[in-house]
Structure formats: C-alpha cells, structure tokens
Design a protein around this ligand. Structure first.
Ligand code: FES
Length: 264
C-alpha cells in the first residue's frame, strides 16, 4: 500500500523479527511488504497517498504508545515493528467485526463468491461471527428499504443507484472508506463524489444530496469502481454475468499518457 518512495537515504528497521532496509519516507506497511510480511488493509492502494481511514493495518512499534496505522506511519532508523501480537489481532478482529455488523452479514462471512476485499480481510483476520446485532428493519434485513420501521429514512438504506449505464452503487455495501471519492478527485480530477451524513447514516453520494450518478458530474471513468473494496460499486456486467474468468490489459494510444485499461 501507498505509492513507493524515492530517496537516497536508506533506513533499516525490524518487522516481525526481520531486518529490512527501505528508502526514507517509506510507510511501515510498504516496508513490511518488502520484508515479506503482509499487513491486512482495506483503504491503502499503490496509486494514492495513504489516508488511514479503515484502521485495519494497525501495528505495534516498540517505544511508541498506541497502535498506529502502518500505511500512514513512515519508517525510522532502528524501528522495531510487530504486526501480529495478540493485542493487534484482537483490535483487527474488532475493527472488522464493526464493519461487518453494519453489512449484509452473509455476504461477508459466507463462502467467497467474488472479488470482495472486505470478505478477504474478514477471513484474513479470522473473523467467524459478529456479536453486534443490526437494528430492526435496517439494511441487513432488507437493504433496499428506504425507511426503518418508524418510517425514518436513512440514506444508507436507500435503494441502489443504478442510474449510471455501466455500474451500480449499493449504499448497504459501502463502508465509507472514502477511496471512491479520492479516486474521483485525485486520480480522475472530476470531483463528482462526496461523503454525506454522519455515523450509521453516512454514505457516499454523487453530488448534492438526492443526486444520482447520472445527474452528477460523473464522467463514467470507472476509477471509483476500480478502488471499491467491498463491491458497493460494481460494473453492471459483473452483477449480471458474474466475475469474468480472465482479462486483457490494453494501453490507450489517444495521447502520450499511456493509460492502461483492463478489458474483461
Ligand atoms: Fe491503513 Fe486502512 S490500510 S488505515
């Protein structure tokens, strides 16, 4: 996770007993990857600056208080990092459990059925059950309901947004990690998406409240769909036909940038 750093100054640290040397400014997560240690993550990508929103990549660092996110913590000379202590395992399971408690549970804890990072991470941290019950009448019971039992509308229970011709957005499967918003802003430069609401009511929204994808500034580039870790944003072709068995990467020759596209 997080883009690679270029620096002349090298830093040596220890991660889970392994010594690793990386350029100054590298994140602890990337250094761990270099050392062959995989740290669970949901919101870190190789294409955008780390944001530290999912809190799944927590680690312990000797001599430091707390459990910092490894994706946003830069390495330091002589640092000693632990990624698999009992405390870290407990915390990670707790974080995942909270995500899944607000999610169609069977999708996550059932058999793997598609490329779903939330499901993959639930398995990686060993989450087997969720102790927290969803409130009556919420999206877990019927996530296309637009209101709870008392008739109170909750934006995250609203029906899916299928207005875009190429992909659909299901708020019930959204963990509000912000990756789609950042991909739209930082990668595409379109600034079509935002996060609205707070707590359980927070959700990604295209444009102003009430707007759908089609009426927003979205240009259908698909950058948001590419980074979505849960399948909340998914191509309609995948919804209708299932995950493709193979894909082909082509390079666009329209300009000198050389953007690559994956065709399935
Ligand atoms: Fe580090 Fe999400 S991957 S906080």
């Amino acid at each position: 996770g997080t883009p690679a750093r270029r620096s002349q100054t090298m830093v040596t640290l220890t991660i889970d007993g392994q010594s690793v040397t990386v350029p100054e400014g590298t994140s602890v997560m990337r250094a761990a990857n270099t050392a062959g240690v995989t740290v669970p993550k949901l919101c870190a990508t190789d294409s955008m600056e780390a944001w530290g929103s999912c809190r799944l990549c927590l680690v312990e660092i000797e001599g430091r208080r707390g459990t910092p996110a490894s994706c946003t913590t830069p390495v330091a000379e002589g640092m000693v990092v632990h990624t698999q202590t009992d405390k870290i395992r407990r915390l990670r399971q707790g974080v995942m459990e909270l995500y899944v408690s607000d999610f169609p549970e069977q999708t996550i804890l059932g058999a793997a059925n598609r490329d779903n990072k939330l499901q993959e991470m639930a398995a990686a941290v060993g989450l087997k059950q969720v102790r927290y019950a969803a409130p009556e009448g919420t999206k877990l019971a019927n996530h296309v309901e637009a209101a709870d039992a008392e008739g109170n509308a909750n934006p995250r229970w609203l029906a899916q947004d299928v207005s875009n011709p190429y992909f659909a957005y299901d708020p019930a499967q959204c963990i509000v990690c912000n990756l789609c918003v950042r991909a739209c802003d930082d990668v595409q430069g379109t600034f079509a998406l935002t996060i609205e609401g707070r707590g359980f009511e927070s959700r990604m929204s295209p444009g102003m409240a009430g707007d759908d994808y089609l009426s927003s500034d979205c240009v259908s580039c698909g950058a948001c769909v590419q980074v979505c870790p849960t399948g909340a944003l998914l191509e309609k072709s995948v919804i209708e036909l299932g995950t493709p068995s193979h894909s082909i990467v082509t390079t666009c020759a329209y300009c000198g940038v050389g953007c690559q596209f994956e065709a399935e």
